[in-house]
Design a protein around this ligand. Sequence first.
Ligand code: SF4
Ligand code: SF4
Length: 407
Amino acid sequence: MKDEEKKALVSAVRLPDYTPQEEVDRALELVLAPLGGMGAFVKPGQKVLLKPNLVAPSAPEMAVTTHPALVRAVIRQVKVAGGICFLGDGPGVGGTLTAAKASGLLDVAQEEGAQFVVFEETAVFENPENRILKRIELTKHLKEMDLLITLPKLKTHCQMAYTGALKNQYGLIPGAAKGKFHFRFQNRDRLADFMIDINRTAAPTLAIMDAVVGMEGPGPSGGTPRKIGLLMASSDLSALDTIAFTIIGLTLPQVPVSLAAQRGGYGTVELERIELAGPPLDELRIRDFDLVRAPLNIMRILPLPRFVLRWIRRQVAPAPRINPKICIKCRRCERGCPVSPPAITPLAEGGPKVNDGTCIRCYCCHEFCPVKAIDLKKSLLARCINFDALSRAGSRMVGSIAAVFRK
Ligand code: SF4
Ligand code: SF4
């Protein structure tokens, strides 16, 4: 009984569509019921910041951003609980208000009486328990709020395999400032650890995940909408992510941000320590979800000099390539590239260019491209050699050697 009491609670309900709105409102009530309802989190008079996934200007049906019908339902319930609603984000490129308008979220905020806030200015937040940065600059609006409710979208992610509840807080870093951390933490696992620092610092109270239509293939912006038909919620974001990525067919070792949560002791990532209120997990699993594997993190697994690791990374991690037939020359990829000067130049003389020598394989350009004009191409070497299998074999070998020494 004691073990059961320790389990993290994730709630899930089926929701086949975003219409009619009354069904979304009802599903939200149902999914929050096992957690005590919205009133268990929001008290009268509290200022509540709602953080959707507003990664780029994109229409709701593209499944890039949190759907406005869910955001509408959440605003309504926060207001019923007596909260004062704010809705905000700060995408890397494309302009926050442009993105908010395109995604339908600006209209929803105005229609439902929530104030839309643009993440531009920052304030310093400190947390001595952080592993990577004890002081982090996040949107200053967080200082003015009593609580944060995060509204992620379930999607695949080219760099991190999956994006959901935990990764959504990376958006608390305003706009293009995110790029500087991509550059600083080129080791993907360190970036994932930093994302957990952000969560620990911002301390979201509740996550409500839009998994009605998610994204498969090369997400988080360039993939394909995929119907999942679920609304999920939890106050333990790590547990919510574990259920979500299990549903689409991933396992913990394949999800860098959840592994970072495990390393940092942030929330619950072990399936056996999670209780799912809702349909049985086996009924929810999708066997043919089109997954992306996070590229092999060569910066972590081999004890070699940095310049050698960078050379190897260039061989194993896919490189961005612009398809000039699709490119509309908006230069969002160039503006969003964290490298200086940008490693991608769509208007270069003689056609679009990517500097493979300076590109750090963060895939921000892929994420920001509004027309899916950027493909991720494997090198000839990577096409010939299965680096994933090699890495798994290497990890097993290192594990066996370590086990011998532990005895
Ligand atoms: S070109 Fe693309 S993948 Fe390479 S560093 Fe720039 S944004 Fe990142
Ligand atoms: S590749 Fe995409 S983001 Fe870059 S200029 Fe072309 S359309 Fe714009």
